[in-house]
Design a protein around this ligand. Sequence first.
Ligand code: SF4
Length: 179
Amino acid sequence: MNKSAQDQIDAYYALRAEIDSLSQKLTVEHQKHLNCRQGCDHCCVNLRLLPVEFHAILSELTPDRIPYKAKITREEDPCTFLNNHSCIIYASRPIICRTHGLPLLFMNDEGTDLELALCERNFTDAQDMEFTVDNTYPEDKFVSRLNMINREFINHYHGSEYKGQQLIPLTRILNQESE
Ligand code: SF4
């Protein structure tokens, strides 16, 4: 991979670290409402990723480093990387997996109002809670930053012809060699 593309992979890792830090803060803040625990895999479906995220994960996780013989499953099936209800690629899991269970704030499709997404297994007694920009995960802000990093990445990556919002199944890492 050339240096400019690698710079965008590094920018992805930095963004991921920032998101981890915010997710940890929000997890502490909402601890008493969160029922997320090892063994709960209701959020875990097969994912499709932007090229920069796919290649960043691929750089960390070649098939020989996956600690279980994962088999590619159909897109509508539970995530291929679950084994006994646990994520076998936890340290490298995609950004969306790092926000599972948290209160997510995003703009509606019309661009007129902010909407809140709450996991129905968490926040079961949150009727009186006040959700603000300070205690929710700002989905749009991070999606937009990830899109910008991805745009730069596909401008510089010459291993394949990627287009704007093209998505790659995460399961494809099982068929790839590291770069
Ligand atoms: S990568 Fe891991 S955390 Fe993400 S959906 Fe798959 S099993 Fe769940």
